[in-house]
Design a protein around this ligand. Sequence first.
Ligand SMILES: [Zn+2]
Length: 206
Amino acid sequence: MYPKPIKNFIDKFSRLPSIGPRQAARLAFWLLNGEKNIREDLKKALEGLGKEIKTCQSCYFAIENNGDNKCHFCDNPSRDHKTICVIEKETDLATIEKSGGYKGLYHVLGGLFSALDTAIPKNLKIPELINRIESKKNGDKKVEEVILALSPTHEGDLTAHYLERLLKPLKVKITRLGRGLPYGSDVEFADAKTLSGALESRKEIK
Ligand SMILES: [Zn+2]
């Protein structure tokens, strides 16, 4: 029904999370009928994602590609370096930071297990988390607590159980978010009060 370039745009954009073909079509026509500058700005912003962003070598949060290897959390001596909060994705970090209840470090897993996975998904930064804890075990920044701040979903539970098994031999305190977050919800969309309450009431896994 649509000309080829629009069909192509819809095809590419509807692969993005939370965007369906109908929304992609609406976006295409909005961009087509809008100012040319918007399309140019978007093009530059997309290119910038590839060229100007990399990940922190410690926690895998996104940082600017300007010579630094660590993010401003890992590089900040006033954060609590003995506590690591394990999260699924970068946007969960933003929600936890906004809640104001957490001053430790993070570890971005980059995804969760799915019920269909028969092996550990390769893209998850799980071996990196284990190495990170082990490499610090004899220093003054020894990790004492790992908070599994994963969404209370089937995938979140599967991932948490797997991590618990791997982390136990490392002799760190393992906790999970406490009350407040309803089952099936996403950490990213939790409100600040609920999330700071869930962090405060986190429970130790023994
Ligand atoms: Zn970092």
